[in-house]
Each structure stands twice: as C-alpha cells, then as structure tokens.
Design a protein around this ligand. Sequence first.
Ligand code: ATP
Ligand code: MG
Length: 293
Amino acid sequence: MIMAMNDQAENLRRKIEVRRNFRQAKTIAIVSGKGGVGKSNFALNFSLGLTLKDKKVLIFDLDIGMGNIDILLGKSSRLSIVNMFEDKLSIHDIIETAADSLSYISAGSGLSDIFTMDKANFDYFTTQFEELASGYDFIIFDMGAGITEGTAHFLMATDECIVVTTPEPTSLTDAYAMIKHISMKDSTIPLRLLVNRAQNRKSGIQTGNRLQQVVNRFLDRELLQLGVLPDDKAVVQAVTGQSPFMLYNQKSNVARAMVEIVDRFLGEKDRMESTTTDSRSFINKLKQFIKER
Ligand SMILES: Nc1ncnc2c1ncn2[C@@H]1O[C@H](COP(=O)(O)OP(=O)(O)OP(=O)(O)O)[C@@H](O)[C@H]1O
Ligand SMILES: [Mg+2]
C-alpha cells in the first residue's frame, strides 16, 4: 500500500517535472513585400539576440534555392531541408549549430516548392516538426520576399509575422500590399512591423507610425511596432566578414538597437504569457489549410 502511494507520488513528481521542462516554441515568420530589405539579417541577429537572453532558438531558412542564413554565418552546411525530404532524414539530422547555441536549418536548393508538397511529404514534415516544438522557445522562419499561394498557407499557420520594411516608398507600399494580403486571409494573426535602415530613430518611428495609421484606417486591423534599426555600415561589414552583426560589432548602433528590440519583445511576451496558444497550433492550422485546399 505504502509502496503504491510512493509510486503514485513519484509519477506525479515526474509529470510535474515534465511540464516544467516543456517548452512551447512560438513560431514567427519574417516577411517583406519587397526583396533585399534586410529580412535575413534581421532574422539571424534577432534570433541571436534571443539566444543571448538564454532563449532556445531555431532559425529555419525557408527561402528555398535562395537561402543565405548559412552564408551570413560563414558556414557551409552539409544538409538542408531538401535532404530531409529526399533522403528521409529526421529533422534533428539537418539541424546545425552556430555561435554556441543558435540552431539553424538551411534552405538548400533543388526543391522547387516545399509549400505545395504532396500528402506524404506533408505528413512527414508535420510529424518531424511536431517534435521540434517542445525543444525551443522560438522557431523563426526566414521567408523569401513577397507571397505565393503556397507560402500564404504557411504564413497563416505561424503564431505571428514580423513585416520588415525600409523607409523607402517602394518598400512601404510593398509592405502594405503584403499586410493587406495576409489580413484578407486571416485578420487575427498578430503582425509586427520592423523598420530597417532608418536614417535616424525619430524618422524611423515616424515611418512606422504612418504605416500603422494607414493599416488601421484602411484594413481595420492592428499593426504592432516591433522597433527601428538604423542604416549602419556595420551591417555591410558584418555581411562581408560573414559574421552576424550582433557578434561582429556589439558596440555598433545596429547591434545596440537590436538588444533594445529583443528586450522590449521579451518584456511584452512575458506580459502576454497567459494568453499563449497551444504548442501544436502551428501544425494544426497548417493541417487545416491543407484540408481546405
Ligand atoms: N540596417 C542596415 N544597414 C545597412 N545596410 C543594411 C541594413 N540591413 C540590410 N542592409 C543591406 O541590405 C543587404 C540585404 O540584406 P538581407 O539579405 O538581410 O535582405 P533580405 O530582405 O533577406 O533579402 P532577400 O529578399 O533577397 O531575401 C545586406 O547585405 C546589407 O548590405
Ligand atoms: Mg533573405
């Protein structure tokens, strides 16, 4: 009898332990209307900023054929998401590590479109992905510019999107078009705006506010401000040196601004902790979209 009670207590203790260790990865897609606005650099350095705050982060390069996260890291990856499908590898086999604790998956090439994969591949992807969700705090998707029917489904399944724009009018109009497209499909997915390459903080904030107002007024939805990154030659130097600017030059304006952005982002996240979605929502939503196709 006493033995049984001890066993029960032991079981309960184990369950509590498991729950305590159970992470719920938040999935975040980094998107833009126009290309070349700084998505990949933002995705990589934001992810690094999160790891510096002891978060477990996986950056997933989904710009198939054009991906360059590994180049920005100065790595030549052996395996990519394409190998996972073609060689039926486990997702854990294709995860690489950089800068001590950042995990990443390379985009690879040869697969024209993983977003329109057949059922067998899709099922394989979802089972593999489900395994990941409990191992990370954040899974960050670096997407290609613009939106296709296939990427739209994928985007809608993520917990939130970060839209990157520069202050240039062409970039802003394309960002607006992107936000409109996403909003027409799903008006509830949280959208945050990152203004990159601002001439100064004040003008960057003004740019963000203007786009926010237009989105509020014409699309009747909220656009949260993630922050502003300055135009900084340290970015070009870091890219040339194949090292993320957060490591290459920690004292640069852009690296300091990123630290602020990460701090604010995590502060907000903590406040919103009680309203987080369940860990499987990404896969569940993705399944739903595939069914409706
Ligand atoms: N804050 C910045 N300050 C100065 N230059 C920048 C900044 N951000 C990006 N750049 C420049 O823009 C280039 C493109 O950046 P990046 O590759 O991150 O853009 P992207 O949006 O991912 O492009 P693509 O749409 O092709 O994927 C960088 O190589 C760098 O030269
Ligand atoms: Mg890119």
